[in-house]
Write a protein that binds this ligand. Structure first.
Ligand SMILES: [Zn+2]
Length: 111
């Protein structure tokens, strides 16, 4: 096993292997060249245009109703970014007092 092989960016398989300069995923057959610049790098910004990265502390600037539940995250709640995702709820956060939530970037500001 090649310990430096990353997980597959398409299917998150851990069984990626390296063939010369390419990484190859045996599960979805995705191939990529790790020396190419990463064009898929996620640029996610808060309401004021500050770039957000994993580990940033956030403050909610609006009350947020959690989809499919009666929970409301109160304005001013603090959150920490655990992961950045593609899509319209790009912030996978741990919200103090509530737990893990997916949040839209325009509902927060960098603390
Ligand atoms: Zn894959």
């Amino acid at each position: 096993m090649n310990e430096s092989a990353p997980i597959c960016p398409k299917c998150e398989s851990e069984y990626v292997y390296q063939d010369q300069t390419l990484f190859i995923c045996p599960e979805c057959n995705f191939e990529w060249d790790p020396t190419e610049p990463d064009e898929d790098e996620l640029i996610i910004k808060d309401i004021y245009g500050n770039r957000l990265v994993v580990g940033d502390k956030l403050t909610l600037i609006k009350d947020l109703r959690v989809k499919g539940s009666s929970i409301v995250l109160k304005i001013g709640s603090k959150a920490t970014i655990k992961r950045l995702l593609d899509g319209d709820h790009p912030l996978d956060c741990k919200v103090e007092g509530y737990g893990d939530m997916l949040i839209k970037a325009d509902k927060v500001k960098k603390a």
